[in-house]
Design a protein around this ligand. Sequence first.
Ligand SMILES: [Zn+2]
Ligand SMILES: [Zn+2]
Length: 656
Amino acid sequence: MSDVNVQLGNGPTAKMAAPVTVAEALKKLDRDVAKQALAAKVNGREVDLAYQIEAANDDSVQIEPVLPETMAGLDVLRHSTAHLLAAAVLDLFPGTKLGIGPALLEDPRYGFFYDVIAPRPLTEADLPVIEKKMRDIAKRNMPYRRDEIAKAEALRIFGERDEPLKCELIDEKAGEIVSVYYIDGSPFLDFCLGPHVPNTNRLKAFKLLSLAGAYWKGDAERPQMQRIYGTAYFTQAELDAWLKQREEAEKRDHRRLGRELDLFSIQEQYGQGLVFWHPKGGIIRQQMEDYLREELIKRNYSFVYTPHIAKRELWQTSGHEQNYGDSMFAPTKLEESEFRLKPMNCPFHIGIYKSQQRSYRDLPQRYAEMGTVYRAELSGTLHGLMRVRGFTVDDAHLFCTPEQVQQEIFDCVDFAYEVLKTFGFEKIKFELSVKGSEGNKLFLGSEEDWQKAEAEMAAGLDARGIPYDRIEGEAAFYGPKIDFKIEDAIGRLWQLGTVQRDFNLPERFQLEYIGEDNKPHRPVMVHRALFGSIERFFGVLIEHYAGAFPLWLAPVQVAVLPITDRINDYGATVVAGLRAAGLRAEMNVRNDKIGAKIRDAQLQKIPFMLVLGDREMEQGQVAVRDRSKGDIGVMSLEEFKQMAQRLATTRALTNN
Ligand SMILES: [Zn+2]
Ligand SMILES: [Zn+2]
């Protein structure tokens, strides 16, 4: 036996007799860490805690523990839970054939899955039974045991177990020695590199979520499998919080609310990813655009309008074809020219800038356009309004002198802040993406330009006391940028608009202005969008408000509800009065009981309901219901009109 020096990260080192397991070594180095660790990296290689550290001739062996509450830890936890799921399925349904079972860390909906072919098709009703079996195995505290066997032996074992898919994987992926994992006391055996948690009782907070169809290797020609989805967290409290948010997110799903409130549709027969704004959604869009237009005028922007297609050569000059071609629709030919749909508006605004000689006195030029763009997104990536093939950007491009750019960017940041607040987002987060010192990504522009631009952007955020995260290496290849993110009503983060410096396009298009020195200079170009995509912003708004828009955005602001037919005439004068005051009012004259009419208006999430009976008619009054507070009393029509008008013109976020 000989000794080995083991170091904990960059911390303490201890000499110990080899071989020693990672678990024992950690215990000697730091008892707390040893208790918490799920797995570890030994000299950079991921291993189980049971891994044996051998005597080393050279320097010390370095152990990096994989701890809870880290992404690496979550990966090990969820992957181990997927094994537990497979073990439970095999226990309950002998003869089940297993596919793969990875952890999912990026998918907001699930935490892991396992693909199986059970002897009979599984149903949702099986999930609680499987979950209970998982808990039984977890409680028995069985170790995850790793074995290394020859490839031929592995093929024989999985062959005997009638696991053709695992054999196929081993054939394709394994070297001469195959790593397999057992859970003791379970029929389950997996071909897997690990690492896993040491024992099943480390898995305490998990839940199976749903079943879906899946093909082996995603190939529709291969056997149809069933995918069992679940998730796992380190504590029950974390899992409960996530489940609550998931339930809340489902209630707010913009696709469902879009249908129920008749706001928009996407129709397969017209094309996936193409959005139809219905009249009620159209009112909301119009409000969004009207508000933005008011602000653009205040801030001295010019409105421009540009085509949807341009000659292919333009996209070659701009570099879109080379850098972005996969996301563009294919060229279409007319006479001797080829044309492509625009994926971005930038080169068009450059065309306007370039249409005449510019002097420093003309700058800054600020061009704003609701610019509709088209992206060739694959059907599998489309999602409601969040990811589409055609959308409109509240786009603007600023052309200015280097001396002006800092102020222009500050103004964009202020503008974004103002707009997002107006739409009811209290928690706004900015991210400054910079070039960073490492990485092999190609960045255009001189080091000096970058440093100056980054410093200016940071100073702008600092001066406003706006908290922001600095993200190294995430800048666009053509310049640093500030992204706007908001947190919605249930705590989800959404990335919206952006302000970006561009070192690239002014060069490519040889943009110029004549300076005070009478010589040509290169202007600075800034791209900026506040909503980003209007479609996507609309989707975020629907989910943020769960369809109950503030009065200024609500498609119908007031529902007028006569109790009986004989009140309809009075109802009509009330509606006319409200409309004359610029309010969006509708009367429900269906032959329903008043309770049903109120229920209907509630479901449509209309901010106010005016219930009209004989007394209201005789006294020229209205009985007002608020969609969230219920009855708020009887008042004169005039009084109500003034209140509603005030809420609309101030763009109030609540009915107060
Ligand atoms: Zn595994
Ligand atoms: Zn642009």
